[in-house]
Design a protein around this ligand. Structure first.
Ligand code: PLP
Length: 296
C-alpha cells in the first residue's frame, strides 16, 4: 500500500458532450483484503489501538458488512483479536461475508435489532464491556475522527495528482455515502475552490447531513461548507438494484473494461452521468469520482 492510488482520466462521449471531464481515483486498487475506503478509515485507528496498548478490536455491522470483513482481515494481518457485533439473529450456515470474517479469526456476537439501533448508547456499550473488555471500539462503518483523517488523505492525493486546472468552475469530487465518513474526510482535505458531492446509497438517509457535520466537528473542530449529499440515486435503498442500474453497470464495463462495485460505486457513477447529461453539472467542470472499493 505504498504510494497514492492512481488517478486516471476516463474518456466517454456522453460526458464530453456535456462538457464534463471525469477522472477516476482508483482506491479500488489499494490492497487485497483490506481495500478502498475501508483501509483509509482503518489505518490510523489501527495505529491508535496499538499505541493505547489494545490487543482486541470490537466493531459493529450488518450481516453483509464490508467493514466487518475489513476489520477481521486487518486483525488477522496486524495481530489484533477481533469481535464483530452483528445486527439481528444468527443464521447458520454463515453467509460468505461472515464466514470470511470467522476465517480471519473474528469472534461473532449478535445484537437484536432494537438493541443494535442503540449500539452507541452507554447501556449497550456497558453490556459489551461487561462481556468483552478490554477492546478498542470502532463504530459501525469505521467512521470516527481518525477515519476522517485517513479519508482526508484521498483529497490530498487528488490535489497533488490532478493537473493544474485552467480557471473554470470548481472541481467536483464525488463519492458514495454509507455512513458518511468518507465524505467527511474528503471535504476536510480538499483545496479551496473544490467541492464534494456525496451520493447516498441508503433510502431516507436524512441523518447524513448531521452525521457528516458531527464527524467533521469531532475531527476538525468545525464542519466545512464545501460538501453536499444527493439523495436521488439510491435505486430504492441499500443493496437494492434496478434493471436500469444493472444496464448501466453492463454498459460501463463494455465501454471502459471496468467492473463497478454494485452497492456503492455504481450508484455514484450512474448519478454523475445523469447529472452531467441533464446539465446539472456546469459544463467545464472537472469531476473526480472516488472509486471507493472493488467489485467483489
Ligand atoms: C463501505 C463503503 C462505502 C461507505 O463509506 P462511508 O464512509 O461509510 O460513507 C463506500 N464505498 C464502498 C465501496 C464501501 O465499501
Amino acid at each position: 500500500m505504498a504510494g497514492p492510488s492512481p488517478l486516471t482520466k476516463l474518456d466517454d462521449d456522453r460526458l464530453a458532450e456535456a462538457g464534463v471531464e471525469l477522472y477516476l481515483k482508483r482506491d479500488d486498487l489499494i490492497g487485497a483484503e483490506i481495500t478502498g475506503n475501508k483501509w483509509r478509515k482503518l489505518r490510523y485507528n489501527l495505529d491508535a489501538a496499538r499505541e493505547q496498548g489494545h490487543g482486541t478490536l470490537l466493531t459493529f455491522g450488518g450481516a453483509y458488512s464490508g467493514h466487518i470483513r475489513a476489520v477481521a482481515a486487518a486483525g488477522h494481518r496486524f495481530g489484533f483479536a477481533t469481535i464483530g457485533v452483528i445486527r439481528g439473529e444468527e443464521h447458520l450456515p454463515l453467509n460468505d461475508s461472515l464466514a470470511f470474517a470467522v476465517s480471519r479469526g473474528m469472534q461473532l456476537t449478535y445484537l437484536a435489532r432494537t438493541a443494535y439501533r442503540a449500539k452507541a448508547s452507554p447501556q449497550v456499550i456497558d453490556g459489551l464491556r461487561a462481556e468483552f473488555w478490554p477492546f478498542y471500539l470502532l463504530p459501525e462503518g469505521g467512521s470516527n475522527a481518525l477515519a476522517v483523517r485517513g479519508c482526508a488523505e484521498i483529497a490530498a492525493e487528488i490535489a497533488a495528482q490532478l493537473p493544474p486546472g485552467a480557471a473554470g468552475p470548481a472541481d467536483l469530487v464525488c463519492c458514495p455515502c454509507g455512513t458518511g465518513g468518507t465524505l467527511a474526510g474528503l471535504a476536510a482535505g480538499l483545496r479551496p475552490g473544490q467541492r464534494v458531492l456525496g451520493f447516498a446509497v441508503l433510502r431516507g438517509a436524512s441523518f447524513l447531513d448531521d452525521e457528516v457535520a458531527r464527524l467533521q466537528r469531532e475531527a476538525l473542530g468545525a464542519p466545512t461548507a464545501n460538501w453536499s449529499v444527493s439523495h436521488d440515486f439510491h435505486c430504492g435503498g441499500y443493496a437494492r438494484r434496478t434493471p436500469e442500474l444493472e444496464a448501466f453497470i453492463a454498459d460501463f464495463q463494455r465501454r471502459h473494461a471496468i467492473r463497478l462495485e454494485r452497492v456503492y460505486v455504481a450508484k455514484m457513477m450512474r448519478g454523475i452521468f445523469a447529472l452531467a447529461q441533464r446539465r446539472a453539472i456546469v459544463p467545464g467542470t472537472r469531476v473526480v469520482a472516488v472509486i471507493t472499493g472493488p467489485a467483489v
